[in-house]
Ligand binder design. Structure first.
Ligand code: SF4
Length: 389
């Protein structure tokens, strides 16, 4: 890696709306260790230039369809075994009932989450699906999405590596889909690494799904898990891997930067969480590498640093539910929407509700969904204030 130009010139290049190369991003990171202030300032200017003084969130209901998963990641407490209490598949009636509650609370998103293809590993899942008339979890997700849409919530499904034909079916009801890349480094799938026993986390497989979604024109949420044993350079590589796919298809609607938090009962329980300074640096770098991208961090995992992250480059707090817990991180409750609004306002930003599809991606969704979206969105494509009251 050669030092191409001075760090000052690289930062100016990005402020003048010029792309920076991966080598230049590496260089910025190295400089960050010595002198972070200029880099943070650049990220702040780019954030305000491209996203103004608004920060968004999606008012959601978390439908935890089933915790079974054929894979095992070393940090995960979401996955459970059939003999544990979290087994049961959410029934159609449960979905309908919860959607009705969500509607009462003026939620607009139905987030559907499952483990990776549970039916491939567990007889219990196969039997349940068969008894209920479904050949796979993905088929059930299509049906579950139809139920939530009928009740007035817009589905966004995050169910691991879906096939292209499964995504094509979900596209009829889902306004966007989600798949965390986690990291583009295959090293993290090696021996004693967090994804050793999670073949679905192989970056080639994940990037393939993101590409398939691009070919189908589906708005995608993806992201990077920070602090699981990667290097900063591997995070930069991951941002560039996402950037490359987005440049080809233009369908990546947001990048979530999620800070790892160790959880009891996992292999990584003693692994330290990502240091705040490191995490903030990655947020700033993501903004500098992709100045116009929507960048999100979950507020429940970094509750004390609203102002820092807003000024460092984020423009979204992700899905927040007034109804259900964060089943992936149940140890970390979501703050109330009022708290997020107050803290955002104290930092000089106005909190606005968006749908699970960002305004600039509404044109991607199925025409019959677009009609329904227009009923509850304003001229910008955000949720009308009166709908939330
Ligand atoms: S693939 Fe997802 S649900 Fe399965 S073990 Fe990994 S993090 Fe948990």
């Amino acid at each position: 890696m050669s030092k191409l130009v001075s760090n000052y010139e690289v930062l100016n290049k990005s402020l003048e709306c010029n792309e920076i190369s991966k080598d230049e991003a590496y260089q910025i990171y190295q400089e960050l260790q010595k002198n972070p202030s200029e880099i943070y300032r650049t990220a702040q200017i780019l954030r305000n230039q491209n996203k103004g003084k608004t920060v968004t969130y999606s008012r959601k209901v978390f439908f935890n369809l089933v915790n079974l998963c054929r894979d095992t990641c070393s940090y995960c407490t979401y996955k459970s075994e059939p003999d544990q209490s979290k087994l049961s598949m959410m029934s159609k009636q449960d979905i309908s009932n919860l959607a009705k509650i969500g509607k009462k609370y003026r939620c607009t998103e139905a987030l559907f989450v499952t483990g990776e293809r549970p039916e491939q590993k567990y007889q219990e899942a196969r039997s349940w699906l068969k008894e209920n008339g479904f050949g796979s979890t993905a088929e059930y997700l299509v049906h579950a999405s139809e139920i939530s849409l009928k009740e007035g919530l817009f589905p966004h499904t995050n169910a691991g590596n879906l096939t292209k034909s499964e995504m094509n079916e979900l596209k009829k009801t889902n306004v966007s889909l989600g798949l965390m890349l986690e990291n583009s480094s295959e090293r993290l799938s090696g021996k004693d690494m967090p994804h050793q026993f999670a073949p679905s986390k192989n970056p080639k497989a994940r990037l393939r799904v993101l590409e398939d979604a691009g070919e189908l024109g589906i708005p995608m949420t993806t992201g990077i898990l920070i602090g699981i044993g990667e290097t900063a350079f591997e995070i930069i590589d991951s941002i560039y891997a996402i950037k490359k796919i987005h440049e080809k298809f233009g369908h990546i609607q947001e990048i979530i930067l999620q800070n790892f938090q160790p959880k009891i009962d996992t292999k990584m329980k003693s692994f330290p969480s990502a240091e705040q300074v490191y995490f903030k640096s990655m947020v700033a770098l993501a903004r500098i590498i992709m100045p116009t991208m929507n960048i999100q961090i979950p507020p429940n995992l970094s509750p004390d640093s609203y102002a820092d992250f807003l000024s460092m480059g984020i423009n979204d707090w992700g899905g927040i539910s007034p109804v259900t817990p964060d089943y992936v991180n149940p140890e970390f409750s979501w703050p109330s929407i009022d708290t997020v609004e107050k803290n955002s306002s104290n930092a000089g930003f106005e909190l606005k509700a968006r749908l699970p599809v960002y305004p600039e991606f509404i044109s991607f969704v199925h025409p019959h969904l677009r009609e329904r979206i227009l009923e509850i969105t304003d001229a910008i494509g955000l949720v009308k204030e009166e709908y939330l009251i």
